[in-house]
Write a protein that binds this ligand. Structure first.
Ligand code: CU
Length: 341
């Protein structure tokens, strides 16, 4: 009788949690960023949903801008159409042997960098293929019904079209705004929305850095920090830039749980445009401090070739992954530049 009950309970657990059992027993062997071969126990943190791998390359993300599908309306207005699909069932390897249940926009954390010019009409078709309700809340100026707060979109294929005129000029975050908000953000439902001025900014090697934190043990404290999700990535894979070429970084702080973050640049200072809404820089500095969703545009160029660190001057954050290197190569001809990512 006892054996029968035990057997019945065992079968019930397997029937109720088949994916969880499978996820936790899966071992993996892989090569780390530094080339070491590591074998994990197979433990996957938060194995709540179907396991699938998320391919994310921070180097590609850095300079990848989504301008949408472009057409022109009869009045001459530029229409840009985008599709963003939310999912909440991905498992992503964020560091050697560390797996995290990420909630994604278009399959990545952060989601795509949406880019438009001030005055363009934007249509963003949002499809929620997740299990939970999600939205997209864009920072910026738009009608109340397009704010992504009071229009939760149901999972398993729910849809909504956000339609508004791009503005103001600057760099803005977008993120899911469904409660509990902290949970939806810290799992990864956010991205960057850049609105360019009609008269273009000076040509530059442009890149996006989203500062984020990863709470891998769900105690509402971050275990890892990063620029663009993968801790230490740009330290092990330095970002190649050219000397005597303008570098423009759109930086957005999406760290939850910690009240501040910051960005310190070595061997240089940068012009800083808070939120990017003013075309005149407010500071010339090597250190900015950012609270949640604070953001801005940094501009600088290196005169001398070599390796330069950039990192959080909140040292705990840099020691837990928010650190990287610029590798400045000699560039004698500033007209012909090779971004060399
Ligand atoms: Cu959400």
């Amino acid at each position: 009788m006892f054996l029968a009950i035990t057997f019945f309970i065992g079968i019930s657990i397997i029937m109720i949690f088949p994916i969880m059992s499978q996820a936790q027993s899966e071992e993996k062997t892989f090569v780390t960023h530094t080339g070491a071969v590591v074998k994990t126990s197979g433990e996957i943190i938060d194995p709540l949903y179907v396991v699938s791998t998320v391919e994310f390359d921070p180097m590609n993300y850095l300079r990848d801008f989504n301008y949408g599908r472009v057409s022109e309306l009869s009045d001459g207005t530029t229409l840009r159409e985008y599709t963003i699909i939310a999912e909440d069932d991905k498992i992503m390897e964020v560091s050697s042997g560390v797996f995290y249940n990420v909630w994604t926009f278009n399959g990545t954390v952060p989601g795509p960098t949406i880019r438009a010019t001030e005055g363009d009409l934007l249509k963003i078709k949002f499809i929620n293929n997740g299990q939970k309700e999600h939205t997209i809340h864009f920072h910026g100026i738009h009608p109340a019904g397009m704010d992504g707060v009071f229009e939760p979109v149901g999972g398993n294929g729910g849809q909504f079209v956000y339609e508004f005129t791009a503005g103001p000029v600057g760099v803005h975050p977008y993120h899911c705004h469904v409660m509990p908000l902290e949970e939806h953000i810290v799992h990864g439902l956010y991205g960057v929305f850049i609105v360019d001025p009609k008269e273009e900014r000076q040509p530059a090697d442009e890149m996006v850095m989203v500062l984020n934190g990863l709470d891998t043990d769900f105690d509402t404290e971050n275990n890892f920090y990063a620029a663009n999700t993968i801790p230490f990535y740009y330290q092990h894979h330095p970002i190649q830039i050219n000397t005597n070429e303008l570098i423009r970084i759109y930086v957005v702080n999406m760290v939850e749980f910690d009240p501040i973050n910051n960005f310190h640049l070595h061997g240089n200072l940068y012009k800083y445009y808070p939120t990017g809404t003013d075309l005149v820089p407010s500071f010339y500095t090597d250190m900015i401090t950012l609270s949640q969703t604070e953001r801005g545009i940094m501009e600088f160029e290196y005169q001398y070739p070599g390796k330069y660190l950039f990192h959080a001057h909140k040292v705990e954050f840099s020691e837990k992954g928010w650190v990287g290197i610029f590798l400045a190569k000699e560039n004698l001809d500033t007209q012909e530049v090779n971004y060399g990512s």
